[in-house]
Design a protein. Sequence first.
Length: 266
Amino acid sequence: MRRKSSGKWIDVFVWTTGIFVYLFLALPVFVIVLSAFSPSEYPKFPPSGFSLRWFAGVFSSGEWMDSIGVSCLLLMIVTPLTVILGTAASYALARLQFPGKDAIQSFILSPLMIPQIVLGVALLYLFTMMGMNGSVAGLVIGHMLISLPYVVRTVGVSVSNLDPKLEQASMNLGAGPVQTFLNVSLPLMKPGMIAGAVFSAVTSFGEISISLFVSSPTVTPVPIRTFSYIEQTFDPSVNAISVIFIVISVIALMIIERTIGLSKTM
């Protein structure tokens, strides 16, 4: 009886702690979302009314729209490039045997372990010497650097679940290596590629550490514009941008869960 009673109290403690942790994490998001619809000139919680003026202000502002355009351009360039390179790297690392394989894999995944501010400073010096600092090309390279490991990891999950016998059967039936890859391997890796594309897009769209060093006043992504805006003034426009980011993140998580499953990407 004592064991059952103690086990019951442990369950109650675990559930109570979990609820408080989730509330602690969700409360700031809840406050930001509600404040974004406030009609007042400054963030207010709870809001005194309901208004879409700050969302309209964001989309009618030339500066905000320029930054959104830069972020969308980076997303459209970075996402397909990282998916192509990440898929090729994942497949090669899984199927080929060559000297230094583990070192190359560690090198590709190293941006996940190196502080991003260190990468930002390194890219700042490199791009300044090359005359690329403050350009779209510099931002693309910086965003690809930190997005590629996520693609390699998610696509690697699909490659590890790919049965080599299916590829062997395809080649035994007369298909060449290229045909086998395009018609057998690639469709089976599609869930990982979709999840990798989503991770890459979200990482690029929300990146601030590296962008802070390699951006310029004429090429400013949304996170840098938000950072600068908070330093100068603080109205619910920032909350409206935050809500847009939250919606994008939720959609991304839903896509990952439906394509490959969140538990398989961790």
